[in-house]
Unconditional design. Structure first.
Length: 256
C-alpha cells in the first residue's frame, strides 16, 4: 500500500464519519430499538450527574467538558465511539426539531454567538438537559425553557443512533480506530505503553498493510508522494509544522 504525503499544512478540518441511522419508519422493530437506545443514553447520562467538569476532560476519573461528556455517555451506553469535538458531533445523526425532542437526543448551543456550536448536552426529557458545565464545575441538569440563556443560544438538536461505519474497507483507518483512547506518551511505541504521534502512524501502517515507516516525524515526511490538501483521502498521512519545535513536528492520519 502506498503511503501518501500531503503538502505540509498547519491546520486541517477533517470530514466526518458516516453513521448508520438505525431507525426506519417502515420498520417497527427498528423504531423500538432506536427508542430503547435513546432511553439508555438518557438513563446512563443521569448516572453521571455531579461528576467533575474539566476543560478537555473526557473520562469520569478526570472529569468532562461538554463534548467529552457526550462522547463518554454514548460509549458507555451504546458502545459507540463519537467524534471528540462539539462541531463534529453536531454534524452526525438526524436533525430534530426542538418541538420533537426525545430523551437521548443531543443538543448543541452557540454560547459565543459566533455561528459555531461550542457546547453539547444530552436531552433527558421533560424539557431538561444534562451536560458538563464550566460555570458549575460539574455535570448538571438544567431546564431549558426556564433559562433565557440556554433558550436563546440553542442552535440545533441531533438524534444519533447506531454505530459508526467508518471506512470499513480502508485497512489503515480500521487499524487506527482500534487504538482510540490509547494514551499519548512521548517516545511511546505500543498500545500498552502509549504512543507519540509518529510511533502511532508507524504502528498503524505496519499492522494494517505491512508498510514499515521510519520512526521520526521528519523522516516520515520524506516518504511517499505529496498531495494537495484538497485532494486528501482517508488513510493519507498529514504533517504539521512548528508545533512544539520548528519544522516538521507533528503527524496524523486522515480519517473520513
Amino acid at each position: 500500500m502506498k503511503v501518501m504525503k500531503p503538502l505540509m499544512v498547519t491546520a486541517l478540518g477533517l470530514s466526518l464519519a458516516t453513521f448508520y441511522e438505525g431507525a426506519f419508519p417502515a420498520e417497527k422493530a427498528a423504531q423500538v430499538q432506536a427508542a430503547t437506545d435513546e432511553n439508555v443514553i438518557a438513563d446512563k447520562a443521569k448516572t453521571y450527574e455531579g461528576a467533575d467538569y474539566t476543560s478537555g476532560g473526557e473520562t469520569l476519573s478526570d472529569g468532562f467538558d461538554s463534548s467529552g461528556f457526550v462522547q463518554y455517555v454514548f460509549k458507555q451506553a451504546l458502545d459507540t465511539t463519537l467524534p471528540r469535538s462539539v462541531k463534529e458531533q453536531s454534524e452526525l445523526g438526524t436533525d430534530i426539531d426542538k418541538n420533537e425532542l426525545q430523551a437521548g437526543d443531543v443538543l448543541f448551543f452557540d454560547t459565543n454567538e459566533k455561528g459555531e456550536v461550542n457546547v453539547a448536552a444530552i436531552y433527558i426529557g421533560d424539557d431538561e438537559m444534562i451536560y458538563a458545565s464550566s460555570s458549575d464545575g460539574k455535570v448538571v441538569v438544567k431546564n431549558i425553557s426556564s433559562s433565557a440563556y440556554w433558550s436563546s443560544h440553542f442552535a440545533k438538536a441531533k438524534r444519533i443512533t447506531g454505530a459508526p461505519e467508518i471506512a470499513k474497507d480502508n485497512e489503515v483507518i480500521v487499524e487506527a480506530l482500534k487504538h482510540l483512547g490509547t494514551p499519548y506518551v512521548f517516545g511511546g511505541e505500543s498500545p500498552t505503553d502509549g504512543f507519540d504521534c509518529s510511533a502511532f502512524v508507524a504502528y498503524v501502517f505496519q499492522h494494517a498493510s505491512d508498510v514499515y515507516l521510519p520512526r521520526s516525524t521528519d523522516q516520515q515526511w520524506q516518504v511517499g508522494e505529496e498531495v494537495a490538501r484538497e485532494d486528501l483521502k482517508p488513510g493519507d498521512v498529514i504533517f504539521f509544522k512548528d508545533t512544539y519545535r520548528e519544522g516538521i513536528s507533528h503527524v496524523g492520519i486522515v480519517r473520513p
